[in-house]
Design a binder for this molecule. Structure first.
Ligand code: SF4
Length: 376
């Protein structure tokens, strides 16, 4: 059976009914033949759909799968997740990045237990009221888990729809967003919105990829305006990219004779909130020497007087809009007094075995790998 639709003519936002039906039918047929088996699709309970959608925000499917499986094995219900200490939840999330998502997930689990008896609410408005649940995630849970006729637009869907209609406003603009949501809304299959929305996301993931879309295998090949231009990759239109801002920072590696090292917990909220790291802070041009900056941060943030001994590692890391260059120095004297954290919320001497149980950012994992074996 051919997976291609008949030729169709689209207006950018309001396709007519026969066109919508042709698009839905083509998409559905393609999806039922080509879909991947994914752990959250096998048993699409509201909890599993919600968890997978939060994890999949800005993260690849292949990365998410082992995290998802560990999460549902450790926290099989919303109640189990809500009752867990935040540190345990963050530790299980460590490595997925975007830790604010994890904290919001945990807050939402508590709200679901407190306000909805432990069951995710089956309405868009109630879903939108949960921490960490925006328009996209609410649409995904409502349609996939509850079969409600709700649209969704994520990065994959935006790309497919912008290409289908050769949308001129940039994807980030208000006009672009409005057009994409209106089109997604018009397109949702009223009979089976769950399959339809999953199919739309799958088409973006498997066929209509950012680079070299496989238009020959696409069920929307004949009606796609971007393909007809001969340059589908030029859609979605994009605003020019900002270059990442360069940042410098310093950190101190304090170790004891028993091999333990000093780690500190960042304040909640803000970049890498609640995660543990080697103590330190930013170092801007004009701030004096890096060694002085290390000593100053230990004093200001931990109430400890340390002496910098030697440089031990350089680590670079790229955040979404920032490129960080971090210089690590070995320090002496941190164990003369107990730390008195001020900006940091906590500080602990931890052994190599204990480090693994703490929630760490990718950056700190890189730092620890770089300084491994450098303790005295
Ligand atoms: S025809 Fe090509 S560009 Fe158009 S939706 Fe399909 S894969 Fe994407």
């Amino acid at each position: 059976m051919s997976t291609k639709s008949h030729s169709c003519v689209l207006s950018p936002v309001q396709p007519d009914r026969p066109t919508l039906e042709t698009l839905r039918d083509g998409l559905r047929g393609w999806y039922l033949a080509r879909r991947r088996r994914l752990p959250w699709r096998d048993e699409p309970t509201p909890y599993r759909v919600w968890l997978s959608e939060i994890m999949l925000q800005q993260t690849q499917v292949a990365t998410v799968i082992p995290y998802f499986e560990r999460f549902v094995a450790t926290f099989p219900t919303v109640e189990a997740l809500a009752a867990a200490p935040e540190e345990d939840v963050l530790a299980l999330w460590a490595g997925l990045g975007y830790y604010r998502r994890c904290r919001a997930l945990h807050e939402a689990a508590k709200a679901i237990v407190r306000d909805h008896g432990g069951a995710l609410p089956a309405s868009l408005d109630a879903l939108l009221a949960l921490p960490g649940v925006g328009r996209y995630t609410a649409g995904a849970i409502a349609s996939i888990a509850f079969g409600l006729r709700a649209p969704l637009v994520d990065g994959n869907v935006a790309r497919v729809l912008a290409r289908l209609t050769a949308l001129e406003p940039t994807q980030e603009s208000a006009a672009g967003q409005k057009a994409l949501w209106a089109l997604a809304d018009a397109l949702v299959d009223p009979v089976d919105p769950s399959t339809h929305n999953q199919a739309l996301m799958e088409l973006g993931a498997l066929v209509c990829s950012p680079r070299s879309p496989d238009c020959g295998a696409c069920p929307w090949h004949d009606g796609c305006r971007a393909r007809a231009t001969g340059d589908p990759e030029s859609y979605p239109r994009r605003a020019p990219k900002r270059a990442p801002t360069a940042m410098s920072a310093v950190g101190g590696l304090a170790t004891r004779d028993d091999g333990a090292m000093l780690l500190a917990r960042r304040p909640d909220g803000g970049l890498l909130g609640g995660l543990w790291e080697l103590p330190g802070g930013e170092h801007a041009r004009g701030d004096g020497s890096r060694k002085d900056a290390v000593e100053r941060w230990f004093a200001e943030r931990l109430g400890l007087a340390v002496d910098v001994r030697s440089h031990v590692a350089s680590v670079t890391h790229v955040f979404t809009h920032r490129r960080l260059a971090l210089e690590i120095y070995a320090v002496d004297g941190a164990d003369r007094l107990a730390p008195r954290p001020t900006w940091y919320t906590e500080a602990r001497w931890v052994t190599a075995g204990e480090v693994a149980a703490l929630p760490l950012s990718r950056l700190t994992e890189k730092v620890l790998a770089a300084v491994e074996g450098r303790a005295r």
